[in-house]
Design a protein around this ligand. Structure first.
Ligand SMILES: [Zn+2]
Ligand SMILES: [Zn+2]
Length: 237
């Protein structure tokens, strides 16, 4: 199995594991702080060895993970958390029914629609799953979007895993313009984008594949623009 482990910015690292069953990269993120490591998402149970390997590259063991933040309850975002016995694990209250492994009781369902947890702001983004959240790490201006906005099943950008990813941005815009976000979910999707654009973002870390650096605000604005055009078409009909 192929995996990439790269620095995103300052003390933040991405682990992107190639999942041949799903034909996609599955991502999780390590934020290394003096008093412990925060993990955003955790891949599947079968990927646990790669999480341990990534920690080893940082000179750490699974005990170093003290906080786990899950963007949502799908298996590829929560199962790996079973490794981390020292961590408090948080997820939105509406995600409980999605979690089969580990036991849902390992999680604290204390996140609501907007708030602050340690160095992170979080917002409910209302698309992909009922309780999907985006996390914003204020000190580094990095946004974690989970699967609300990701590159599931896409190859990496020709410029690399962590890059401006102009090819990926272009494809996402085309996907949206071609109805990739279904009509019933478009409003919620645009509201989530608008909420995200209130943050000053230097890096967009997604749930699958590409990690985007460079001008994120214009990417989000372009998506909003394209989405609003679609809404107008829906209204006209
Ligand atoms: Zn998902
Ligand atoms: Zn996913």
């Amino acid at each position: 199995m192929e995996y990439l482990f790269e620095n995103v910015k300052e003390n933040i690292y991405v682990l992107a594991i190639w999942d041949s069953k799903w034909n996609s990269y599955n991502n999780c993120y390590f934020i290394v702080q003096e008093d412990g490591i925060t993990l955003i998402d955790s891949c599947k149970e079968e990927h646990s060895a790669y999480l341990v390997q990534a920690l080893k590259q940082l000179g750490k063991t699974p005990d170093a993970i003290t906080l786990v933040l899950a963007t949502h309850g799908h298996e590829d975002h929560v199962q790996g958390t079973a490794l981390f016995k020292n961590a408090k694990k948080f997820i939105h209250q509406q995600e409980r029914s999605l979690i089969e492994y580990p036991k849902p009781d390992e999680f604290l369902f204390e996140l609501s629609d907007r708030g602050v947890i340690q160095e992170f702001d979080y917002i409910w983004v209302g698309h992909h799953t009922p309780g999907s959240l985006a996390f914003y790490h204020k000190p580094s201006r990095v946004l974690f979007t989970g699967d609300f906005l990701c590159f599931f099943g896409d190859p990496l950008s020709k410029d690399g895993l962590v890059s401006a990813g102009n090819d990926l941005r272009h494809e996402w815009l085309e996907f949206l313009r071609n109805g990739g976000v279904v009509k019933d979910e478009l409003n919620a999707f645009l509201q989530g984008l608008t909420a995200m654009n209130a943050f000053e973002v230097d890096v967009m870390c997604t749930g699958h594949g590409g990690v985007l650096v460079g001008d994120i605000e214009s990417f989000i604005s372009e998506l909003l623009h394209a989405g609003k055009q679609l809404q107008e078409i829906h209204v006209d009909k």
